[in-house]
Design a protein around this ligand. Sequence first.
Ligand SMILES: Cc1ncc(COP(=O)(O)O)c(C=O)c1O
Length: 487
Amino acid sequence: MRSPGWADLYDWRLERNGGVPLFRQVYAQVRSAVLSGALRPGTKLPSSRAMASALEVARASVVAAYEQLLAEGYVEGRHGSGTFVSADLPSLPRPARRRPPTRAVAPRAVPARAFPEFERATTQTEARPFNTGRTLLDARTMETWRKLTHRAVRSLGANDLGYSDPCGLIELRRGLGDYLQAVRAVRCDPRQIVITAGTQHALDIAIRVLLAPGDEVWVEDPGYPLTHAQLLLAKARPRPIPVDAQGIVVDAGRRVAPRARAAFVTPSHQFPTGVALTMARRLELLAWARASGAFIIEDDYTSEFRYSGAPLASLQGLDEDERVIYVGTLNKALFPGLRLGYAVVPQALLPAFVSARYLMDRQPPTLHQAVVAEFMQQGHFAAHIRRMRQMYREQRDALAATLTRRAAGRLAVEVPDQGMHLVAYLKGGAADTEIEAAAQRAGIVVRAISRFYRAAPPRPGLMLGFSGFPRQLIVPAAARLAALING
Ligand SMILES: Cc1ncc(COP(=O)(O)O)c(C=O)c1O
């Protein structure tokens, strides 16, 4: 592989009063850079003209040095394209390798054990069924995405290259505002929308704005482990509140931590159970927040992918008191590597929220925002969601049907109305972690949902992502999983 032009940035130096001829010094510098491994084989050297100008010496001195290096085999000339560090210098010493630290450094903010999920999260790139959090993009979206990206690159202007609004591009915020009002009944002015790198980032900002170390916070039990871990990182005190068939049990929250500063919830599709928070509970939750002065952080992930049943409007849309921060993500609607999401922030919190966002990373990257804005404006986003909804629904059905047909005696499969994963509860007291491990050995990724419980007694089950895999892959993998579970 050709090395990039690091030689142009190398700190070439000459000693003018040292008595050593200049050509000799150039020769010695290059040779030592090659021998020390600082310049790797294949690296292009600066042209003799550029080197001479950088060192303020006659070009002839550089030419003489290069010729000597060439003769000795340190560098090679490629006709018409320049001088390169020789590709085969077998006796070169390897660049010194950094020694790994002998012991991991214990983080000061949180106990190291707080993040067992990090390890698992890194496997999310894995393309094996039934890994969660994966999305599919069909050929139409890919093609459109490429076209719009090329166009955005071609029309990069001063605004795209410089610092800009920490809240994000107004075109994208307007597009999102229209979408959220129409589809999620979110009530907002586009100026209340802050573009983030995704849910994770939005939650982090909310935590910084709302919480001081030691503050109590409601989290769902079972719940999303990264929210819990983020709260620990901020030294807040997450209090697990049980979830039942109607969603988070507000009454239990009032008993456990009546004066909590905030509640982090996933009302449209509880993570990981998939339960939708009922209207009665929504009103109860809002009433608690109003009475106690708490805020609710509504994580509305995967709301784009609703397959059946009337969609429940967002909690934010029911809120008369500006107590809800609504958080959405494009990383699920499009693809996780995009790293774009948004928060709809109550007016009273907006200045603090924008300041925190600015201090963390100034602003979102402009190019991808411009692409998404265009993607939305031209109607591709809505069409993409419609097509993916159909595809994911078929994948969900194929998974549920195969598991139910083959392992009905061992699994109670819940078919969710929304989302990108389903939960198959285990019948007969099997341990979900054991099945998780056995499946892993068989090349299948499942997540034991007992891992997502904190204080509530776990109901063992398997969380299976269906969004990232075509039907043709899902059916045989589900059959293999069923066989494994049947023993
Ligand atoms: C509950 C929940 N919220 C949000 C997200 C999306 O996070 P992000 O937008 O940071 O990729 C996920 C992804 O797995 C999730 O499970």
